[in-house]
Design a protein around this ligand. Structure first.
Ligand SMILES: [Zn+2]
Ligand SMILES: [Zn+2]
Ligand SMILES: [Zn+2]
Length: 95
């Protein structure tokens, strides 16, 4: 089991966009989601595994982009699907 994520090179986007409309696939299909996740390689917004669509995981399986972060207010954790590790890319955030 890894203790360190080996995929940090794939991270292109650390911060969330100013506005997150919602899960892209759920919006397109008129579905509802529970929590939102952002792909840190390309910025895709998808929904969590508690959501019906599981579109964040679907995006990883379709693209191989390994790292997502929470797109929920006040949450800044990231998750690597390959290593199954949770971590933070930033220590302290002002505000
Ligand atoms: Zn990793
Ligand atoms: Zn979704
Ligand atoms: Zn992606």
């Amino acid at each position: 089991m890894s203790t360190e994520c080996a995929h940090l090179d794939s991270v292109e986007i650390v911060d969330l966009p100013d506005e997150v409309a919602g899960c892209e696939e759920c919006l397109a299909e008129g579905m509802q989601w529970v929590h939102l996740r952002m792909c840190q390689s390309c910025g895709h917004i998808g929904c969590c595994d508690n959501s019906v669509g599981k579109h964040a995981t679907g995006h990883y399986e379709a693209t191989g982009h390994p790292i997502i972060r929470s797109a929920e207010p006040g949450e800044d954790w990231s998750w690597c699907y390959v290593d199954e590790l949770m971590f933070r890319l930033r220590g302290e955030r002002p505000g």
